[in-house]
Structure formats: structure tokens, C-alpha cells
Design a protein around this ligand. Structure first.
Ligand SMILES: NC(=O)C1=CN([C@@H]2O[C@H](COP(=O)(O)OP(=O)(O)OC[C@H]3O[C@@H](n4cnc5c(N)ncnc54)[C@H](OP(=O)(O)O)[C@@H]3O)[C@@H](O)[C@H]2O)C=CC1
Ligand SMILES: O=CCCC(=O)O
Length: 364
């Protein structure tokens, strides 16, 4: 039985409380950059679900409490790559007391110039902050920074919280959660939907799961970095939601690449294909944003291809764990692997089109 309650407040914030399965429609609603979603009064229809996918969802489409003077806590930020840097910057710009760490120290410097404090290890950041966020490349680095030597867990204690916003798989998140909780501290996973520009604009979508009280404490910070947040229940659900979203995205990009190349091969102008798509039912901001540069064989990095391949690999593992066939994603994953082998790991994931070009050249 589904319950959907919506109410619009006078300041136009929309609060949506939704007790429902993790339906395909919910996944769609969490990737608004790919498909326009309309919340209606009518409940979305859901297919039968497995108990492990039953979650409590609370979504806040928000311009909520963004006043830094109401934020007493000191905040740590570990991992200052493409995403972590702008996210930490938004906290600093809002007036938060932020302490940063990054493996490559030079990436801390611009943030220190903006007013951040610096500590030389994750342990020292965690020891000096109330809440510590981590935005790391992959499961290995997320575990290392949280649980390794001089890792954040060594600096955690009761009263503190650790919020991992990296994209990892559920088992990795559970492992980090257990280590953090063993110190008496609280854990929340909160991977994000949205890329470099939404990170800069404070418009990310947080897919959170884990300790509810930490979710509530962290909410004002999430709102400084994002435009909405979903609370999905127990640890692993946020990771799973993120992997499903990125599995869809990876396949979409591979399919788009095939279309661009096929249009060219049959004598059409791929730029016109981009325009045609933009006006129809399959239009997506992702195609409109990446298409014009893909036509010019340019791939300025917003989401590194190596991370997209990592997400497909982890999503396929998730599917395997529940015996769910995912042939389209598996085929897409092979293309990203080819692209990696051609040295495109650090290009944008739209460079996957080069893997198809390479296949064409092999044939001719
Ligand atoms: N870019 C995007 O559009 C999005 C990315 N994500 C996810 O967010 C996470 C970060 O992505 P992004 O910022 O793009 O990635 P980057 O590759 O730009 O940054 C990765 C960060 O991880 C650090 N790191 C890597 N390996 C280690 C290690 N062994 N020990 C310690 N630190 C390490 C890097 O440190 P150093 O600087 O020293 O290399 C850097 O701070 C990934 O999980 C990604 O999948 C999620 C949404 C969108
Ligand atoms: O993990 C990367 C996601 C990129 C996006 O949501 O646009």
C-alpha cells in the first residue's frame, strides 16, 4: 500500500513524504537532469517489490535553511577533486567553519585562501570537526581514507558524524559505517546525483541513507551544497539508488554515441540529430549539454570516464547480487572498458564515443 502526501508551503517549498517501494518511477524522479519529472497528486504506480527494497523516502525540494549563522558545527571535508572542491567551497562561502584535507595537498590551497583550515590527515580533520564529509574516487580510496592508517575513524568519537558522499557500492558503505560506528560516532551515506556544474551551483541531489539523526543534523549543510535530498533508510540504499541512476546514465550515453555515429555514417549531420532529439520525447539536458562537443570530438571533463566505468562495474555487481539481468548495461560497460584501454580514463565519460570510432576503424 502506497501513501503519497504532498503539500506546498506558502514559501513555495514542496515537501513530499512518500512511503513506497524503490520503484522505477522513483529512480526517474532522482535523475531530473535526464527526464523531466512531474510530481502529481496521483500516486505513481509501482511494481511488486522485494522486502530489501522497501524504503522510507522523504524528499525535500528545497530552498531550505541556508543560513550559515544557524550552523554551530565545525565541518571537515576530505577529498577535493572535481566534486569535492566546489562542494567544500560552497560551505566556506556560506560562512561555515570548514577544515579540509586532500591526498594531493596543493588542491587544498585555493580553499585555504577562501578561509578553510587545513589538517595533514583525515584523522586530524575528524578529530577537530563535528561532522566530516568525504568525497573520494572509488571504494578503495573511500575505505582507505575512512578506515586506513591515520584515517578518519581514528579521529572519530561519540557526538561526531561521518557523511560519505562518494559513489561506492553498498558493501563498501556498510564496512565504513561499521568502522565509524565502532568509535561511537554516527554514519550517513549520501552519494550525489549531478555533476561539476550542479556542484558549483549548489544544486546537487543527495541520496542519503543511514543514521536518521545525523541526516537531520547534516541537512542544513546538504542544503548548502544541493537542491534536494532523499532519505532512503538503511545503509546501502543510497549507494544502490546512485548506482542504478548511473547505470541508466552510462547506457544512455553509449546509445547516444551510437546514434551520433550512425547518423554521420548515413550522411546526416549529427548536429541536426542533437537538435532533433532536443525537441522530442527523449530530450535530456545531458544530450543537449554534451552533444555539441561530442560532435567536435571534444570531451572536457565533468564526470571522468573512469568513474562512469567504475559505477557500471558496481551496478553490474549489484544486479548480480539479486540475479537481475542487465544486458544493456553490461554491453555499455564493455565500451567504457575499451575507452579506458585507449587512454581516455580522465576524459569526460562522453568520450566513450571514441571506443565506437575505434571499433569502426578496426572493421574498415
Ligand atoms: N565528477 C562528477 O560528475 C561526479 C562524481 N561523482 C563521484 O564522486 C566521487 C569523486 O568524483 P570526482 O570529484 O569527479 O573525482 P576526482 O577524480 O576529481 O577526485 C577524486 C578524489 O579522490 C581522491 N583520491 C583518489 N584516490 C585516493 C586515495 N587512494 N587516497 C586518498 N584520496 C584519493 C583524489 O585525491 P587526489 O587529488 O590526491 O588525486 C581526489 O580528491 C567519485 O566517487 C565519483 O564517482 C558523483 C557525482 C558526479
Ligand atoms: O556520478 C555522476 C553523475 C553525473 C550526473 O548526475 O550528471
Amino acid at each position: 500500500m502506497k501513501i503519497l502526501m504532498m503539500r506546498a508551503t506558502c514559501n513555495t517549498n514542496l515537501y513530499l513524504s512518500y512511503a513506497a517501494p524503490l520503484s522505477p518511477q522513483r529512480v526517474m524522479s532522482m535523475c531530473p537532469s535526464f527526464y523531466p519529472v512531474q510530481f502529481g497528486a496521483k500516486p505513481l504506480s509501482c511494481s511488486p517489490i522485494k522486502p530489501q527494497f522497501c524504503v522510507q523516502v522523504q524528499a525535500f525540494s528545497s530552498q531550505q535553511s541556508k543560513e550559515a549563522d544557524e550552523l554551530p558545527a565545525s565541518v571537515g571535508f576530505l577529498g577535493l577533486g572535481i566534486m569535492g572542491s566546489p562542494m567544500a567551497q560552497n560551505l566556506i562561502k556560506a560562512g561555515c567553519d570548514v577544515t579540509v584535507w586532500n591526498r594531493t595537498k596543493s588542491k587544498c590551497d585555493p580553499l585555504i585562501s577562501l578561509g578553510a583550515k587545513y589538517k595533514p590527515s583525515p584523522e586530524e580533520v575528524a578529530a577537530s570537526c563535528d561532522i566530516t564529509f568525504a568525497m573520494l574516487a572509488d571504494p578503495e580510496s573511500a575505505v582507505d581514507v575512512a578506515c586506513g592508517k591515520q584515517g578518519a575513524a581514528s579521529g572519530m568519537s561519540p557526538g561526531k558524524g561521518y557523511v560519505d558522499v562518494s559513489t561506492v557500492d553498498g558493501p563498501t558503505s556498510s564496512l565504513i559505517s561499521a568502522r565509524i560506528q565502532s568509535t561511537g560516532a554516527l554514519f550517513l551515506e549520501a552519494p550525489v546525483s549531478g555533476s561539476k556544474k550542479p556542484a558549483e551551483d549548489g544544486k546537487l541531489i543527495f541520496l542519503t541513507a543511514g543514521d536518521k539523526s545525523l541526516y537531520e543534523t547534516a541537512a542544513p549543510y546538504l542544503d548548502l551544497m544541493g537542491k534536494s535530498r532523499f532519505y532512503l533508510g538503511e545503509v546501502g540504499n543510497g549507494a544502490a539508488m546512485k548506482l542504478v541512476v548511473n547505470m541508466i546514465m552510462g547506457s544512455m550515453m553509449a546509445s547516444f554515441s551510437e546514434g551520433l555515429l550512425l547518423s554521420e555514417k548515413v550522411g546526416l549531420d549529427p548536429s541536426i540529430l542533437v537538435e532533433v532529439i532536443s525537441q522530442g520525447a527523449i530530450s535530456a539536458p545531458m544530450y543537449a549539454m554534451k552533444g555539441p562537443s561530442m560532435v567536435k570530438s571534444l570531451y572536457p571533463t565533468a564526470f571522468p570516464l573512469k568513474h562512469q566505468q567504475k559505477d557500471l562495474r558496481l551496478a553490474l555487481g549489484l544486479a548480480e547480487s539479486v540475479s537481475q539481468p542487465t544486458p544493456v548495461a553490461a554491453a555499455a560497460n564493455e565500451l567504457y572498458k575499451v575507452a579506458k584501454s585507449k587512454g581516455l580514463s580522465d576524459d569526460d565519460f562522453s568520450a566513450v564515443i571514441e571506443a565506437l570510432k575505434a571499433k569502426l576503424q578496426q572493421k574498415s
